[in-house]
Design a binder for this molecule. Structure first.
Ligand code: AMP
Length: 433
């Protein structure tokens, strides 16, 4: 099936061709006709499946073909994070570049006045995080009474981040008659509750993530002592001559510390997390995309929705607490059909996390030691000297050498039944009512 068979306008087809897309992804094939028909939609889809275009393309088509002359905004897209807001807005601009439509992207952490000016001049589409949108509603600088289509993107994340009340307050000011599209990577009772109260006779779309961990992303675990993770990372970046690496840490503090340590290894590094200003985050991301910075260290929330084409390497400096976050993280590489590599540096205290991840994936991640960095082995003279010079907590004394370091990592995860998420990851169909 081609994009033209989906009945999209020539301006949209040109923009799609400009992007080099030849064929719609499964979610696009399923969702675009349903949205064009005017159906409400409940879609199970993760980042990397092409979900943004799946809702953006039919929405743009409807904006240019159906109009009642009322002032905008006519479309409201709610997203959990600033980064995702910026990226969805960029997608809207990309796919709508041959159309005369105006988009406002609304999020906190930046000045409100430029947003007010933009809204006052008139826009058809608003892409917003809930908190700042509520500020505008309170100040009456946005009028949502003509919204025809509401999109909740990454609804599970919005609920995780505690936005449910904000979302409900926004929904209250929307017209009762409207089209609703809800996208979520996971479905729990809270999401189902939201869907039930929001959606009217929804069509359901459920696609396996395109970049299922198993297919496009080569995954590897390197067992290593906690105190030597940074040394190993620096070694991998240098030895592999990696030019663009996204590294995940669990905490903001950990992200800063790692960035500083890598910089001392002579590796250009930036960190993005919730304590950085929006401008700093945007700049770091731009530098990383432009190749000025080799390593970008990020926390899970900050990295949410980062869209970098052909990102070759993702490293888990620490495994996430929540196994689903592992899938989100490695989904940053191997996107849109390119292959990527995801490496996890796993210390012995992270065995449970690794087990949980492997259970979710329903497979064992291949594990190999990096020579010189085997758990229990001694740091090199250079590392010792560097640690001594840095006087950083990482330079904690080594644990005594183990008699028999494990040869193949931490073994197979779990013996329980696969979780529902694992079933979805494996592409099994599932009802999402
Ligand atoms: P998303 O799931 O919306 O975050 O999209 C993931 C990536 O896939 C983005 O980099 C898009 O530019 C890309 N993409 C979306 N649709 C297609 C398509 N039909 N063919 C190839 N790449 C696509």
């Amino acid at each position: 099936m081609s994009f033209s068979e989906l009945g999209l306008a020539p301006e949209l087809l040109r923009a799609i061709a400009d992007e080099g897309y030849t064929e719609p992804t499964p979610i696009q094939k399923q969702a675009i006709p349903l949205v064009l028909e005017g159906r409400d939609l409940l879609a199970a889809a993760q980042t990397g499946t092409g979900k943004t275009a799946a809702f953006t393309l039919p929405i743009l088509q409807k904006l240019i073909t159906v109009t009642n002359g009322a002032p905008g905004p006519r479309v409201l897209v709610l997203v959990p994070t600033r980064e995702l807001a910026a990226q969805v807005a960029e997608s809207v601009r990309t796919y709508g570049k041959h159309l005369k439509l105006r988009t406002a992207v609304i999020f906190g952490g930046v000045g409100i006045n430029p947003q007010i000016d933009l809204l006052r001049r008139g826009v058809e589409i608003v892409v917003a995080t809930p908190g700042r949108l509520l500020d505008h509603l309170q100040q009456r600088t946005v009028n949502l009474s003509n919204v025809e289509t509401l999109v909740l993107d990454e609804a599970d994340r919005m609920l995780d981040m505690g936005f449910i009340r904000d979302i409900r307050r926004v929904i209250q000011v929307l017209p009762k008659k409207r089209q609703n599209l809800l996208f979520s990577a996971t479905f729990n009772p809270e999401i189902r509750g939201l869907a039930e109260s929001l959606l009217h006779n929804p069509a359901t779309v459920d696609v396996a993530p395109r970049n299922t961990a198993a297919e496009l992303v080569t995954q590897r675990v390197h067992p290593v002592d906690k105190s030597r993770k940074t040394g190993l990372l620096a070694h991998l970046v240098k030895e592999g001559d990696w030019k663009q690496v996204l590294v995940f840490t669990r905490t903001k503090h950990g992200a800063n510390r790692l960035a500083e340590q890598l910089a001392r290894h002579g590796i250009t590094t930036a960190a993005i997390h919730g304590n950085k200003s929006q401008n700093a985050r945007t700049k770091s991301l731009a530098d990383f995309k432009a190749g000025k910075v080799r390593v970008l260290v990020a926390t899970d929330i900050a990295a949410r929705g980062i869209d970098i084409d052909q990102l070759p390497h993702v490293v888990n400096h620490e495994l996430p607490n929540v196994p689903e976050d592992y899938v989100h993280r490695i989904g940053r590489t191997g996107r849109a059909g390119t292959s990527g590599e995801a490496i996890s540096l796993v210390s012995s205290d992270e065995r449970q996390e690794l087990k949980d991840i492997q259970r979710l994936l329903r497979k064992e991640i291949p594990s190999s030691m990096v020579p010189g960095f085997e758990p229990g082995s001694q740091p090199t003279a250079e590392e010792t000297a560097r640690h001594a010079a840095m006087k950083l907590p990482d330079s904690a004394p080594q644990r005594p050498q183990r008699p028999n370091p494990p040869r193949h990592g931490f073994g197979r995860g779990g013996n329980g039944r696969p979780s529902r998420d694992a079933e979805r990851l494996a592409g099994k169909s599932r009802k999402v009512h």
